[in-house]
Ligand binder design. Structure first.
Ligand code: NAP
Length: 323
């Protein structure tokens, strides 16, 4: 027997909206259509006026807000990205509900990147690369993984997965979140008051915070100074969470020994930026955890199916909190 659909949830065309000039719109439309053959997925540009007038849900990847405004019945958008700071800022004060991507495959990919670049720092690879350039044969003192404390700023979907893979590799792991959390094997800290205690024992600091009004510029001179001399830093979250001038100063004073940066205020990173040439910085092109179109589409499809059946939405972004 067919389930009874709530009348206002009878399928309507679902548009995919992305930033102007986005190269993968058709690939997303295809992947989403394959994941939910019972729906009609179309690129925004291919929508009829009638479809625009009746559409209640849209799937988005940094959409143009002016295009969203052409959908008068729109109730919610499902982002195919995990980070939604641009969407939250673009929509401003809105009743529109935002659902972001929470995908275990994305969390695994990020956990792999955190482990890979933590090992890079842990096994002194930047220093050995510099030694090789100088034809210098000099083993450095080995430090066991358990003697290294890796601390995660952010213990959400990605932070928790990263913590688990670091624990499995033998590291001592700490994590920091806004609200109290408990993750087996991880020393958990929360709130501003508990941050100094975590920073003081951290060898490798990994940022997996969302960019919000509270986290913008949070990694500044004061926070970096609380890390032990010679600590290193990985940013896989968003560039604007770091005060770039302060980071450079702490690298120049050798308080921070190395930074692995995957995200920047302006992307692609302009050729004129200091990070490119700086010997104690590794520049990555925002590649630590790309969205997997297939698994992401399956998750979006499942959320839309549940909405069609019950009218309920998955957990939505708290606009005031910013994540
Ligand atoms: P999430 O599940 O929302 O987790 C965010 C974590 O940060 C939570 O533990 C949260 O604390 C904590 N947090 C937020 N604001 C805080 C504050 N002011 N003080 C202390 N802790 C705070 O997010 P996620 O899915 O793990 O993703 C994190 C970020 O990764 C995304 O926002 C995105 O920017 C970035 N990302 C980057 C890539 C890449 O390729 N480089 C790929 C995907 C995502 P509570 O637990 O108390 O809420």
């Amino acid at each position: 027997m067919k389930p009874n659909l709530i009348p206002n949830l009878i399928p309507t065309v679902i548009p995919f909206l992305a930033a102007p000039g986005y190269a993968h719109t058709q690939a997303w439309v295809q992947a989403l259509q394959t994941a939910m053959p019972e729906e009609q997925i179309v690129a925004f540009d291919d929508m009829t006026d009638e479809a625009k007038a009746t559409c209640k849900v849209a799937i988005v990847a940094n959409p143009n807000p002016a295009e969203l405004q052409q959908l008068p019945q729109l109730q919610w958008v499902h982002s195919v990205w995990a980070g939604v700071e641009r969407l939250v800022a673009d929509l401003g004060n809105t009743d529109l509900k935002i659902v972001r991507l929470v995908d275990p495959q994305l969390a695994n990919t990020m956990a792999e990147a955190v482990l890979a670049w933590t090992l890079y720092l842990h096994r002194d690879m930047p220093a050995y690369a510099r030694q090789q350039a100088q034809k210098k044969w000099q083993p450095r003192e080995y430090v066991a993984a358990r003697q290294r404390t890796v601390s995660l700023l952010g213990l959400g979907a990605l932070g928790e997965a990263a913590a688990r893979s670091l624990l499995q590799a033998g590291f001592t792991v700490c994590g920091w979140s806004r609200s109290p959390k408990s993750v087996a094997g991880v020393e958990c800290f929360n709130g501003e008051n508990e941050l100094p205690e975590m920073l003081a024992k951290t060898d490798i600091l990994v940022c997996l915070l969302p960019l919000t009004p509270d986290t913008r510029g949070i990694i500044n001179a004061s926070m970096l100074a609380q890390l032990p001399q010679g600590a290193s830093f990985i940013n896989f979250a968003r560039g604007a969470i770091v005060n770039d001038v302060d980071l450079r100063a702490s690298l120049e004073s050798e308080h921070i020994s190395h930074a692995v940066l995957d995200v920047f205020d302006i992307e692609p990173l302009p050729m004129s930026e200091w990070h490119w040439q700086y010997p104690h910085v590794t520049v990555l092109p925002h590649c630590s955890a790309p969205t997997d179109r297939k698994t992401a589409s399956a998750i979006v499809a499942e959320n839309i199916r549940r909405y069609r059946l019950s009218g309920g939405l998955p957990q939505t972004v708290d606009i005031a909190r910013g994540y």
